[in-house]
Design a protein around this ligand. Structure first.
Ligand SMILES: Nc1nc2c(ncn2[C@@H]2O[C@H](COP(=O)(O)OP(=O)(O)O)[C@@H](OP(=O)(O)OP(=O)(O)O)[C@H]2O)c(=O)[nH]1
Ligand SMILES: [Mn+2]
Length: 184
């Protein structure tokens, strides 16, 4: 299926349908328990609004949390969407078997070595989550935890710089608002 020539709308809607089914029982951590699917769709929308037209990148954005947060395997992603989308999703997937602090550290260390496409997805993922944090505090998060997420996200996105001026500008605006100075 993945090797068939397909239309852009079909490719994107297949990814959206797949992700919606995989995330169907999940909610965001905000007080109103927004459906989880709003997040990956919003990440892909941020990319499209920032001029990204690469279909594999947009599909990977829609699918980026399926392997990390649902029963989806990378083999399944490859079967449905091909090897390129699989690679990008893989690059955006934390190893949940590792302790949380190690996962967070590895995101900072590994960011500069990721592909251009994965850097796009990671930048938009963080932008979406930081905007969420500005609108509502996730259930159970202290102000310190929220602040730490901003500080950590900046370190990850610093390692992804140089791929999309629009998203990086939007991130800098948030960092200036919240952390008081822009990234160098
Ligand atoms: N800001 C915010 N985040 C929420 C909300 N609901 C779910 N999340 C998710 O929580 C993750 C960030 O929370 P953490 O405590 O740092 O990470 P963890 O859930 O993976 O342990 C993000 O995962 P992620 O997308 O995989 O990204 P990341 O862990 O790589 O940052 C984000 O998508 C919400 O209401 N607001
Ligand atoms: Mn995400």
């Amino acid at each position: 299926m993945s090797s068939e020539i397909t239309s852009v709308p079909l490719a994107l809607l297949r990814a959206a349908d797949f992700a919606a089914r995989k995330h169907r029982d999940q909610r965001r951590k905000d007080p109103v328990q927004t459906p989880y699917i709003n997040h990956p769709l919003g990440v892909a929308l941020l990319l499209a609004e920032s001029g990204v037209e690469d279909v594999a990148t947009l599909q990977a954005a829609v699918l980026h949390d399926t392997v990390e947060d649902t029963d989806t395997s990378l083999e399944e992603i490859e079967r449905e969407f091909g090897t390129l989308v699989r690679r990008i999703v893989d690059e955006c997937t934390d190893d949940k078997a590792l302790p949380k602090a190690e996962r967070k550290r590895l995101q900072i260390v590994n960011a500069p070595h990721k592909s251009n496409q994965a850097k796009h997805v990671k930048l938009a993922d963080k932008l979406y989550n930081l905007r969420d944090l500005q609108h509502a505090t996730p259930n159970g998060w202290t102000p310190e935890r929220v602040h730490e997420y901003f500080v950590w996200a900046r370190k990850v996105t610093d390692g992804c710089r140089g791929v999309n001026a629009s998203i990086e500008q939007q991130l800098d605006t948030i960092y200036a608002q919240v952390l008081g100075h822009v990234a160098s």
